[in-house]
Design a protein around this ligand. Structure first.
Ligand SMILES: *Cc1c(COP(=O)(O)O)cnc(C)c1O
Ligand code: SF4
Length: 377
């Protein structure tokens, strides 16, 4: 019974993939501009082209600036590589002790089961790895990374990323999950994926089953625009939530896609209200090659999140971060409400824009620590 059900749901997503763009030549079928057509061939040499039918169907082809189109259709601007752009924008390689693993923070690692994705985003910060490595999953390829995790008891959380881990077959996911779960010190499994956004039909009972086991699972989706929130993505997220997974979202701030208060506000609200997905990070655009045309300035990003902070509930607010080159990690860029500070005296800007004086009142902890005094705790 179960097998039959899985086969039917699998046929749906496989059709979605087959009828989408899988190779650069499939772009011929789309109503592209002459410039896009010309650029596609060259751009595809730098970064693969792929989008399932369900995602392409969201595009309004009459709008050259369509925010969905901008994310997956190669544009001539990609061929302009600006000075200062990097192959490895966040310094993954220097923190990779074994293939397919990055260990930058003591308690968590990135594990790359595959370097393939269900959709290739033009702005991807790992596009160099995806293009130059281009390898899928094999048991043997992951062996050194799993040995490394087993040998490092400080690792509590394994983050499957890539590539898109949910582009793998159920059997591969079951196997990967079981191998991670066999390492007793691992406590949390996290999955970074665009599948619920770009190929929601892939979220099937079989996929959910493959991920369920000993570990708490957090699925971090990657919605960039409210138009990506549809009945299909809603159904996919509902299935993941019913399975008990914690759902978070990371968004990349992209010029011409979501760099307005209105776009981000609607996205963050609908993520939470409709999908039950908590906005986690808003990423400043990484220094991936050929992406200058999609990057905003940091000041523009700060101005946007300042307004979001005032308008949206804490639950709907993401943290605006920049992932620093050379492995500096993701650091918050604001909004910062500290105007000045000297000793215990602070000048803090309220959500209404007015600056208030705030003086700290901090007492000593009583002997024995049983009562906390003037700190107001
Ligand atoms: C982003 C990232 C993580 C996860 O960071 P969180 O702040 O926990 O989401 C872990 N390791 C590396 C190397 C990363 O780039
Ligand atoms: S799905 Fe993620 S890893 Fe794959 S191309 Fe898009 S941003 Fe890059």
């Amino acid at each position: 019974m179960t097998t039959i059900l899985h086969d039917e749901t699998d046929a749906a997503w496989q059709d979605d993939v087959r009828q989408g763009v899988r190779h650069v030549r499939d772009l011929e079928r789309l109503p592209l501009s002459a410039a896009e057509r010309g650029a596609a061939q060259q751009a595809a040499a730098n970064h693969k082209v792929r989008a399932p039918k369900a995602y392409l169907d969201l595009i309004d082809w009459n709008d050259p600036a369509d925010p969905i189109r901008a994310q997956v259709i190669p544009s001539p601007e990609e061929l302009d590589e600006a000075e200062g752009e990097l192959d490895d924008p966040i310094g993954d390689h220097a923190f990779s002790p074994v293939p397919r693993l990055t260990h930058r923070h003591a308690d968590r690692v990135l594990l790359f089961p595959t370097y393939q994705c269900a959709v290739y985003c033009r702005f991807c910060f790992r596009k160099e790895s995806l293009t130059s490595i281009g390898r899928g999953y094999t048991r043997a390829a992951l062996e050194p990374a799993l040995d490394y995790i087993a040998a490092h008891p400080e690792i509590r959380e394994v983050i499957l990323t890539g590539g898109d881990p949910l582009s793998l077959p159920d059997a591969a996911l079951t196997e990967i999950r079981a191998r991670i779960e066999a390492i007793a010190h691992v406590r949390l499994l996290r999955i970074h994926t665009r599948v619920p956004v770009a190929l929601p039909s892939r979220v099937t009972p079989g996929l959910v089953e493959a991920l369920q086991g000993r570990l708490m699972v957090t699925v971090v989706t990657h919605f960039n625009h409210a138009r990506e929130i549809t009945d299909a993505t809603e159904a996919a997220c509902a299935m993941l939530r019913r399975a008990g997974f914690v759902l978070l979202n990371q968004t990349v701030l992209l010029k011409g896609v979501n760099d307005s208060v209105e776009a981000l506000e609607e996205l963050c609200r609908e993520l939470m209200y409709r999908l039950g997905v908590k906005p986690y990070y808003l990423h400043h655009g990484d220094l991936a090659r050929g992406m200058a045309h999609r990057r905003t300035t940091i000041a523009q990003g700060q101005a946007l999140v300042e307004v979001l902070r005032a308008r949206l509930s804490g639950i709907c607010n993401p943290v605006y971060v920049i992932d620093l080159p050379q492995g500096g990690g993701k650091v918050p860029l604001g909004p910062c409400h500290v105007e000045a500070h000297e000793g215990a005296n602070w000048r803090l800007r309220g959500l209404d824009g007015k600056v208030r004086e705030y003086t700290e009142v901090v007492g000593e902890l009583d002997e024995g620590g049983s009562r906390k005094s003037a700190a107001g705790l």
